[in-house]
Design a binder for this molecule. Structure first.
Ligand code: PLP
Length: 384
C-alpha cells in the first residue's frame, strides 16, 4: 500500500533511465518519450552538457539563500532579459510560483486587483494561480476563489473587451493553451489584445510555462505574435528537469518589487542557475531554434500524412514542437495503446492527444511517432 496521497492517476510504468528521446523501464522496455516530463525535458533526458554543469556546480556550492549575490542569477537574468520584452527577472521554483509572483506584481504595480484570464487556461494550483485558471474542475472543492478573476474566450476579443473595468489590472494568457487542448491563439486576436492593453493601460501577462524556452521554435512563444508582454512567466523547460521558474518583467514594474516585497528561499539557487545557464546557452541560439521550426513543420507533415483521411481525427494543430491531435471521441485508449507500442504521449482534455517531443528529437523519431499514432488511431499500418 502506498503512503502517498493519491493526487495523481499514475500509469503502471517504472522508468529506470533516460537518454535523449528514449526512456527505459524496469523491464528494459524502451519508449519514445513525447511527454518529456510534460514539456520539461526540452533538451531530452540527461543531456551531457546539462549533466556536466549540474555535476560541476554540485561539487562547488549548492545553496546560500538570497541574502547573497548569486552570479549565476545575474547571468541567467541578463540572458532572459536580452531575449525577451522584459528587463528584470525574479527566480522561483515552479510555473505556479512564477504565476503567483505575476499576480502579485500586477496588483502591486497597478494598485488594482481585477485580472482577466481565459477559459480553458491553466496557470497552476496555488490559490492565486488556481483562480487565474479558467477551468471549474480545478476550482472544485476549494471554497471561494480569489474573486478578482474573470474569464474571457480565447480568440474572441469582444469577450475580453466586455470584461474590462476601471479596476482591471491585467490580462493573463497563454499563446498556446497546453493543458486546455493545444489551442493556439489567432494572430488577429493577439494584435487586438495588445491594442486593448495599450488603450486601457492594462498589463499583459503571458504565461510561457509550457511554450517558453524554445518549445515553439522561438525563445518565447509570444514572439510568433504581435505582442510585447509586460510580464512573462517561465518554468518547465528552463531547468530541463531541475525545478526552477522565473518571472520576467518590464522596467516600469521595477519599483513594485523592492526588498521585502516578494521572495523565495530556494529561488535561483546556485544549483538551479548552473542548469539554467547551460540550458539557455543551448536553446537561445539561432541555429538551434531554426532547427526546431524545421522539425515542427516536418512533424506536422508526418502527422497529417499519417492521419490523413482518418474519420476519428478532427484536427491536427500546434506550434513548433507542441502538437495536438483532436479526435471526435475520447483519446484515453489511444494513449494506452501508443504506450504499449512504445510511444509516450498524453491527453490535453478528453479528446486531444498532446505531443511534446524533446526539441532534440530527430526527424526519424518524429516520423516513427507519427507512424505509431497512425497504427493506433486508424488501426492501419501506414508508411510516412
Ligand atoms: C501554462 C502553464 N502554467 C503554469 C503551470 C504550472 O506549472 P507548475 O506545475 O510548474 O507549477 C503549467 C503546468 O502544466 C502550465 O502548463
Amino acid at each position: 500500500m502506498s503512503s502517498l496521497f493519491p493526487t495523481y492517476q499514475r500509469w503502471d510504468v517504472h522508468v529506470k533511465s533516460g537518454k535523449g528521446t528514449t526512456l527505459v523501464d524496469t523491464n528494459d522496455k524502451e519508449y519514445l518519450d513525447f511527454i518529456g516530463g510534460i514539456a520539461v525535458c526540452n533538451l531530452g533526458h540527461c543531456h551531457p552538457t546539462i549533466v556536466d554543469a549540474l555535476k560541476k556546480q554540485a561539487e562547488q556550492l549548492w545553496h546560500v539563500s538570497n541574502l547573497f549575490e548569486i552570479d549565476g542569477q545575474e547571468q541567467a537574468a541578463s540572458v532572459l532579459a536580452e531575449n525577451s520584452s522584459g528587463d528584470y527577472v525574479f527566480f522561483c521554483n515552479s510555473g505556479t510560483e512564477a504565476n503567483e509572483a505575476a499576480i502579485k506584481l500586477a496588483r502591486k504595480h497597478t494598485g488594482k486587483q481585477h485580472i482577466i484570464s481565459l477559459k480553458n487556461s491553466f496557470h497552476g494550483r496555488t490559490l492565486g494561480s488556481m483562480a487565474a485558471t479558467g477551468q471549474a474542475k480545478i476550482h472544485e472543492g476549494y471554497g471561494t476563489m480569489l474573486e478578482s478573476f474573470s474569464y474571457a474566450d480565447l480568440n474572441d476579443l469582444e469577450s475580453v473587451k466586455s470584461l474590462v473595468t476601471e479596476e482591471t489590472a491585467a490580462v493573463m494568457v497563454e499563446v498556446v493553451q497546453g493543458e486546455g487542448g493545444v489551442r493556439v491563439m489567432d494572430a488577429t486576436f493577439a494584435e487586438g489584445l495588445q491594442a486593448l492593453c495599450n488603450e486601457h493601460s492594462l498589463l499583459l501577462i503571458v504565461d510561457e510555462v509550457q511554450t517558453g524556452i524554445g518549445r515553439t521554435g522561438k525563445a518565447f512563444g509570444y514572439e510568433h505574435f504581435n505582442l510585447s508582454p509586460d510580464i512573462i512567466t517561465v518554468a518547465k523547460g528552463l531547468g530541463n528537469g531541475f525545478p526552477v521558474g522565473a518571472l520576467i518583467g518590464k522596467a516600469h514594474l521595477k519599483p513594485a518589487f523592492q526588498p521585502g516585497s516578494h521572495g523565495s528561499t530556494f529561488g535561483g539557487n546556485p544549483l538551479a542557475m548552473a542548469v539554467v545557464n547551460a540550458v539557455l546557452t543551448e536553446v537561445f541560439n539561432e541555429s538551434f531554434l531554426n532547427e526546431v521550426v524545421n522539425k515542427g513543420k516536418a512533424f506536422e507533415n508526418y502527422l497529417n500524412e499519417a492521419l490523413n483521411g482518418s474519420p476519428v481525427v478532427k484536427e491536427v494543430r500546434g506550434l513548433g514542437l507542441i502538437a495536438g491531435i483532436e479526435c471526435h471521441a475520447p483519446v484515453a485508449d489511444y494513449i494506452t495503446k501508443a504506450r504499449e507500442k512504445g510511444l509516450l504521449v498524453l491527453p490535453a482534455g478528453p479528446n486531444v492527444i498532446r505531443l511534446l517531443p524533446p526539441l532534440v528529437a530527430t526527424n526519424e523519431e518524429l516520423k516513427k511517432a507519427a507512424f505509431i499514432l497512425a497504427e493506433v488511431v486508424t488501426h492501419q499500418k501506414t508508411t510516412v
